[in-house]
Design a protein around this ligand. Sequence first.
Ligand code: QVW
Ligand code: ZN
Length: 325
Amino acid sequence: MSSNHYSENQLRKYSLKLDKIPKLNYNDPKVDEYISSNEPVVIQGCDLVASANSWDLDYLKRKMMGKYTVILSQNHKFKYHDEKKIQSCKTDFKPTTRRVQMKFSEFVDKIKNWKKNDERLYLQQVLDNSVGISIVQDFVKFNWNWITEKQIKNNWGSLTSNLLLVSMEGNVTPCHYDEQQNFYAQVKGYKRIILFRPSQFKCLYPHPVYHPYDRQSQVDFEKPDYNRFPNFKDACGFETVLEPGEVLYIPMYWFHHVESLLRGGYTISINFWYKAGPTGQIVYPLKDYQKVAIMRNVEKMLNDALRDSTEVGTLLKTIVDGRYF
Ligand SMILES: CCC[C@@H](CC(=O)O)C(=O)C(=O)O
Ligand SMILES: [Zn+2]
């Protein structure tokens, strides 16, 4: 996959079967069909964050005078972990990233002077009043009419947050799913996004729900352990390289892996996370994401009831072995 904006060798190599995600103009009626059926689509021309088109490191450095959340990583992977689950996790969990509060000017200096073996940086800041009046003024000029119409038409819940994502070239957010609908807007630079439908759960082996890496795939895409994760060789997904001005709809519970292109310079993205809407009438057969939600509830219930995560697997095998297949 290449275009006159980037080349194939800027994409990391994985052994995966990947189809293309369609790119449609925002007023193509098929866009609403994809969104209403929880299928990913890249939307062009909607100008969702056009008021952020002028955002670059210098502009943000001048306008953002506070301290902001920056993730530091010992390598190019920024695998998210839930701090709250660390103490209850029996195994001695060693995170590969740490979260600090940093002035924007310091963040810019560090990425401009970054050398091999330095910790990599990824600014991931909730867009709230802490970002300052200028950024808020750009924020209020987002195309809220367009996105709110999508939110209402699809009966989504409330907008929970917008994250400002400023990434160094080459950074990777490894494969995971979120329990929220996501409109993912690309502002600057190019990001390659790989998506898998929720039914690929059995190929992607997310960590157990009680684990700090809950929702994150256990599989290292760069060095898959096919002995532990044999179904990964059957994984098949979708990919796109998101360009500035484009918006990717990432349906809730869809697994996604996101990387800023190698040698592509820093990237800026803004996400829009929406709560799922009320379930309403349950329709059978259930959707694949509903089955993931059910599996999560079973894991949570068993962990609460047994009070010992090491017993959950044994009990589930006892239920299944010789009885359910
Ligand atoms: C912390 C959120 C990171 C983002 C991926 C990326 O831009 O690296 C993502 O996973 C999402 O928007 O859901
Ligand atoms: Zn995500």
